[in-house]
Design a protein around this ligand. Structure first.
Ligand code: ZN
Length: 133
């Protein structure tokens, strides 16, 4: 079963966006984390069972930098928590969804993550994630 784990938002300035979203939600992010493999810094806000993840590019090579250049700031992806990421990835590949990488890899917030290309999902970048235990 899928449930919305978080919504990823691409931002140009993490500090000012942390302030803005802290004001919006009435509380600060519970965590900030650098994901070196993706060249991003992230902040997480807990919203009930779901989260909002702010994504800031630390290098012009980062996918987030390219996204902002093309589309500007805004919703970058929706992440669904799954119980067996390997199985779901195989299932969705078999259904014809275009994978962005080969295998699930370690992402932010102690998760294995995997992405499907927006081309095959009505323009929405889909992340599957599973907590690393
Ligand atoms: Zn994410």
């Amino acid at each position: 079963m899928f449930k919305i784990e978080h919504i990823g938002i691409a931002v140009k300035n993490l500090e000012t966006s942390n302030e803005l979203f802290s004001k919006l939600f009435g509380k600060p992010p519970y965590k900030s984390e650098q994901v070196e493999s993706e060249n991003v810094n992230t902040s997480f806000f807990q919203m009930g069972e779901s989260k909002v993840e702010l994504l800031y590019a630390t290098s012009p090579d980062s996918a987030i930098a390219k996204y902002i250049e093309k589309k500007g700031e805004g919703i970058h992806h929706i992440a669904f928590a799954v119980e067996n990421i390997e199985k779901e990835v195989e299932r969705l590949k078999a259904e014809g969804f275009q994978a962005i990488s080969e295998k699930p890899k370690r992402g932010a917030d102690n998760k294995l993550v995997f992405f499907f290309h927006p081309k095959t999902t009505n323009g929405v970048l889909i992340e599957l994630c599973q907590e690393i235990k």
